[in-house]
Design a protein around this ligand. Structure first.
Ligand code: IMP
Ligand code: MG
Length: 429
């Protein structure tokens, strides 16, 4: 059978916070499924819809749309405490969340409190700080690679044990989980002891109790995700993969060691969910009309001056996850021109075209870096106001020139433009 590719992948071109969540949410208006594939609650995706603002860390953006199946893939590391809270909050706000519209892959790994502690221990030992969000992401991925991690499958098995389900395929006992917990507990306790000033004992009993709570709260959503995806692919249904983090934070392609611990590039994102490249129809590279970075590491166009302050204030550039003020600077097209090969963008989404217009009005000019050479900056004088625009044609000429310069200098079509935080402030080209 000839299957029509119908997967849209959304990945970030800079260092995160480009507005991938809002792009994914927009794309999901006619989607069947929305999937998170990499990272964990180090991500913060903001969506403004029907005058309400939502900030998600783990749930795919489209969970607030009815009728979109939202999934958390095998490549994600899940802090169950955060996920449970996110589900409760949305339910309280009247959002329907059931096993029909939320699936957690049984292959995803679990973040425990000690992973967060390890994050801060590692950071405290480093001279070159990463600026981690401290959410335990790296240590959880390390346990996964060391093959001592606890997976959502273990939580599901524990739920089956608690419920004493008669249809258990294999006999599951409490020992099953306890035996799995012993190794990571022993291993990390030894490490904590070695740095005795930071001694932080981890107990199997305490972890077992956490698992019981996680099983009770999340067990119903956990299952093998692959058959669900296979079925959607077979039927050519539209699937949106909501990338997290970005190219500059990719552990292989980003600014190592100032990176996250996953591969948030397009292929890593597809792998994190379990979809091969032949099903991909569109890869949307998301960027902003300026750059920002939170955490340490290189940032060639950073403005540690009044310009940076103006960008931060007009763009409200404070972390969704940590509240940290973001480092801000001019748009760096060399990031797009490098990442376009790795990520294979078919088009771009440029967010904050409204903000850069206001920045130009306030500062008198806007700059963009056009290649790897630091000196090559293009200047646009003045700014613009995009208020009230609903189509590309209605945008001020200077704003259109800015967008068309991005197209000319990257060779990529700009198909989506953000002129405000609200979902309806999206212009399609
Ligand atoms: P970690 O992944 O929490 O360990 O953080 C590693 C680096 O990636 C730090 O510089 C973080 O600030 C950055 N980072 C991780 N996730 C995100 C994100 O979703 N947006 C922006 N920066 C992120
Ligand atoms: Mg973010």
């Amino acid at each position: 059978m000839n299957i029509k590719p119908n997967v849209t992948v959304i990945t970030g071109a800079f260092w995160g916070d480009e507005g991938k969540g809002r792009a994914a949410f927009y794309e999901c208006q006619d989607a069947y499924m929305c999937l998170r594939a990499t990272g964990g609650n180090n991500a913060g995706h903001t969506i403004v819809y029907n005058d309400k603002k939502y900030a998600h860390h783990l749930l795919p953006s489209a969970i607030i749309r009815e009728n979109v199946i939202c999934c958390i893939g095998p490549g994600v590391v899940i802090d169950p405490e955060v996920l449970i809270e996110e589900i409760h909050k949305l339910k309280e706000a009247g959002i329907k969340i059931t096993p029909d519209n939320l699936i957690i892959s049984d292959r995803a790994h679990v973040i425990f409190p000690y992973h967060k502690y390890l994050d801060s221990l590692h950071e405290s030992l480093k001279t070159d700080k990463v600026g981690t969000t401290g959410r335990g992401i790296g240590p959880c991925y390390a346990d996964k690679c060391n093959r001592i991690g606890i997976r959502m499958k273990d939580i599901k098995d524990h739920q089956n044990y608690i419920l004493d389900l008669p249809d258990n395929e294999h006999l599951i006992s409490d020992e099953h989980l306890i035996n799995k917990l012993i190794l990571p507990v022993q291993y990390h306790n030894a490490k904590f002891k070695a740095f005795n000033k930071s001694y932080y004992p981890v107990f199997v009993d305490a972890m077992h109790d956490l698992c019981t709570n996680y099983a009770n709260e999340l067990g119903i959503y956990i299952k093998d995700l692959q058959p669900v995806i296979n079925d959607a692919l077979e039927k050519g249904k539209k699937i949106v993969v909501e990338g997290a983090q970005a190219f500059g934070l990719d552990i292989d392609h980003g600014d190592y060691p100032f990176v996250t611990s996953s591969n948030p590039n397009t292929c890593g994102t597809l792998s994190g969910i379990g979809i091969g490249p032949k099903y991909v129809k569109e890869v949307i590279g998301v960027c902003k009309a300026y750059c920002s970075r939170v955490g340490e590491g290189p940032f060639p166009t950073e403005q540690c001056n009044e310009i940076g302050d103006v960008i931060r204030e007009l763009g409200h550039e404070y972390g969704t996850t940590t509240g940290r003020p973001r480092r801000c600077g001019w748009l760096d097209l060399s990031m797009i021109n490098r990442s376009k090969y790795v990520n294979g963008y078919t088009c771009l989404c440029v967010n904050h075209l409204d903000t850069i217009g206001l920045i130009g009005q306030q500062l008198g000019e806007i700059k963009i870096k056009i290649d790897d050479n630091d000196d090559v900056l293009d200047t646009f004088s003045g700014g613009w106001d995009t208020a009230g625009c609903t189509t590309y044609d209605e945008l001020p000429l200077a704003a259109k020139n800015f967008i068309e310069s991005i197209e000319n200098l990257t060779g990529l079509p700009v198909k989506y433009i953000g002129i405000g935080a609200d979902n309806k402030d999206t212009i399609i080209r």
